[in-house]
Design a protein around this ligand. Sequence first.
Ligand code: G3P
Length: 224
Amino acid sequence: MKIVIDSGNVKEIRDLNEYFPIDGVTTNPSIIVKEQRPFLPLLKEIRNVIGEEKELFVQVISNKAENMVEEAHYVTNSISGEVVIKIPVTEEGIKAIKLLKAEGIRTLATTVYTPMSAFVAAKAGAEYVAPYVNRIDNLGNGTNVVSEITQIFSIHNLPCQVLAASFKNVKQLLNVALVGAHGITASPELIKAMLEHSSVEKDVCKFRDEWVQLYGKETISLMV
Ligand code: G3P
């Protein structure tokens, strides 16, 4: 299961990418706007931080399919490495996914709230779909939607990955992991929270204290 950072903040991305097994970075218009910086230099800086091979997801703004395709060209021509274009699952979006698939440009269908919209996007050629788990939880059950999408893709052999998005807590991440999501994209804060447990630091301190009591050093290297 992929772990993707849902952020446009270069510092957060750099820190997390250094410590965690990160597969890529997703952005969306809100995430980009939050940084209050010119768009392309920001994306290029993120690319420099994560390297050429990790996927960088960039969302289109236009409503019409032809304009979405034009934006996709602009982004893929401007940003090096593995770029995936995020397209909302509107009718125009589905048309754009088909057009981009025919050109070999990779897409993620975003703003997914229902299994059948994910199915249509996958049939159109999207490489990923992004169900909005927390936003769906506010209306119904996000985990069930992820589970139904993964089942549909598996039953019908659709080569499309579920990159679940929109999370507010680690339990939601656990739930989608258990129903077979292929990836999760979450805020840096939530990715770090996957390691949180009050016992860990306590256990580690006890191990270290016992060791230091006998050997006098907080290391096992350079010891005779
Ligand atoms: O990538 C989509 C995601 O950022 C939406 O998340 O937290 O705004 O519901 P949220």
